[in-house]
Design a protein around this ligand. Structure first.
Ligand code: CA
Length: 244
């Protein structure tokens, strides 16, 4: 009850969509499905601090909607959820998508964990867990999902250290902004393939970001200045690509 969003002035809608995401260090996009508010908040904040764009869902049905509507790089999934539990979430997700899923389980629920992995989860963490371990496991999951055995990607004389988020050219460190780095890593993960503008936009900016999509061109232009003008190829009207 009370005022509708439109009654609260022109900025209310943007505020309603916005949640905490860092301004500079955004890399890959994670969905967190967790109904416990404090844990959800801690997870989203910690992922944001690590440079991920984190979306949230507080029940299984909303989570499944988001997980199928968007292409996330990974999903953190609680098993005991309202509306749709984690196992059913996994079963339905796996009918349509291979997105890496890390499940969160209670300490004493070995059976739950096995059932989760059997339902298509890729990894699990037992509550309570250290947030640092969560982000380390997510990095490993995402690496495996894109077929990268090591956290380092080499493209010509460019080397991208995805664990430390450092890029070198001819052995010399290149200073990139958070978003430039995120874009380079995203394109590098899909080396040899077109990455569409909508995928770039979704990965870099998260669901809450109102930044105009045309700034992607600005980031690409800056990346070319730093890493070479042919490093990123424009596929006109479609997106961008890094060739091997
Ligand atoms: Ca729960």
């Amino acid at each position: 009850p009370g005022l509708s969003r439109l009654d609260q002035g022109p900025s209310a809608f943007a505020t309603w969509r916005r949640f905490t995401v860092p301004t500079g260090e955004i890399a890959l996009r994670i969905l967190v499905v967790e109904d416990e508010p404090d844990l959800l908040q801690a997870l989203v904040r910690s992922l944001a601090e690590e440079g991920y764009a984190a979306d949230r869902a507080t029940d299984g049905a909303d989570g499944l909607f988001k997980a199928t509507a968007w292409d996330y790089d990974a999903i953190v999934l609680d098993l005991m959820l309202p509306n749709l539990d984690g196992w059913e979430f996994l079963r339905r997700l796996r009918l349509v998508k291979k997105t890496p899923v890390l499940i969160l389980t209670a300490r004493d629920s070995v059976a739950d964990r096995i059932r989760g992995l059997d339902s298509g989860a890729d990894d699990y963490l037992v509550k309570p867990f250290a947030l640092g371990e969560l982000t380390a496991r997510l990095r490993a999951l995402i690496r495996r999902s894109v077929g990268q055995a090591t956290p380092t990607i080499e493209i010509g004389d460019i080397v991208i250290d995805t664990a430390r988020k450092i890029v070198t050219r001819d052995g010399e460190p290149v200073i990139l902004t958070g978003r430039e780095y995120a874009l380079v890593e995203l394109l590098a993960h899909h080396q040899g393939s077109l990455v569409t503008r909508s995928v770039i936009y979704d990965s870099l900016f998260g669901e809450d970001d109102d930044t105009l999509s045309n700034v992607v061109e600005v980031h690409v232009s800056n990346i070319r200045k730093k890493l070479g003008k042919d490093f990123v190829i424009t596929r006109r009207g479609m997106g961008y690509q890094i060739d091997g």
